[in-house]
Each structure stands twice: as structure tokens, then as C-alpha cells.
Design a protein around this ligand. Sequence first.
Ligand code: COA
Length: 144
Amino acid sequence: MISIRKIKVEETYNIRKQELRKNMSLPAQFTGDLNDKTLHLGLFDDDILVSIISFMKNDHKNLKGEQYQLRGMATLETYQKKGYGKKLVSRSEELLKEKKVSVIWCNARIIALDFYHKQGYKIIGEEFDIPQIGGHFVMYKRLM
Ligand SMILES: CC(C)(COP(=O)(O)OP(=O)(O)OC[C@H]1O[C@@H](n2cnc3c(N)ncnc32)[C@H](O)[C@@H]1OP(=O)(O)O)[C@@H](O)C(=O)NCCC(=O)NCCS
């Protein structure tokens, strides 16, 4: 059975290390992780945490409205391409809409552009590099 619920930041570290920090010396903890307004959500498949996402109150200089930054989106490799990431993003958008958030944005890795694009996220600006990780684009979606 699939369920989605809020999780503690500590619960994200294992999947972040495996899927977002593979062969990198970057920390699994992000700036803003412990902020009161930060939201961490997890998708469970039969009580196994398989997909994670976090949202931080952070404004992008080229976007207007009440904004949250999506960070740390990852699904465990063996559970990828089963629709779990999509379900998690969709549920997160519902929750953020309830909080009157009007825009979600993220620094999307090149390999994940199509994943976000399929969920209605659009590119803004030029490609930029994040050391150790590689090329990224800012992507955003208006919720209202
Ligand atoms: C990107 C990622 C989060 C996608 O999670 P997922 O649970 O596999 O995604 P889903 O199965 O819900 O995919 C939803 C749709 O996006 C597509 N998709 C998923 N990952 C994709 C990828 N890397 N490239 C292209 N399309 C992708 C799926 O085929 C699916 O398409 P459909 O709706 O037409 O069937 C996952 O591949 C991952 O954790 N990657 C490693 C970490 C990472 O790069 N995170 C993003 C950081 S910005």
C-alpha cells in the first residue's frame, strides 16, 4: 500500500546520500532543513520509505508571489519509474496550495528536467553549474 506523510529531516538522509550524494563529498543536510517553515514529505510503499521531497521558504529573485523551493527530490533506485515521484510532487502541491503558496521552484538537474517538465514545471533562465553535481536549470510551477 502507498502512503504519503510528513517525515522528519533525519529520515531523508539515507535516500539523499544514496541518490543525491553518490560519490560526492557534499553533506546530506541542506541549509534551511531545520527551519520551522520547512516541509519534508515521504512516500512509503508498505511502510518502506522510498521517495522523499523537501520544501523550503525561499524566494527566487526572478519569480513573484508566495514561494517555496523544492529540494531533495529522490526515489530509491529500485523504486524509480513506478510513478512514486510524480505522486509525491502532486500531493506536495496540494499541501502547499492549502498554505496559499503560489509558486514552487527548484534547481533541476539536467537528468531530471523531463521528470519536472511532465509535471508542468517550466525552465526559467540559463543553464548553470553546481560543483560536484553538474548542470542545472531553474524550473518553476505556478499553483495559483
Ligand atoms: C528524478 C526522480 C526523482 C524521478 O522519480 P521517479 O519516482 O522515478 O519518477 P516517476 O516514476 O514518478 O516518473 C514520473 C514521470 O517522469 C518520467 N521520468 C522519471 N524520471 C525521469 C528521468 N530521469 N528522465 C526522464 N523522464 C523521467 C517517468 O517516465 C514518468 O513519465 P510518465 O508520467 O510519462 O509515465 C528519480 O529518478 C531520482 O531519484 N533520481 C535521482 C535523484 C535526482 O536526480 N533527483 C532530482 C534532483 S533535481
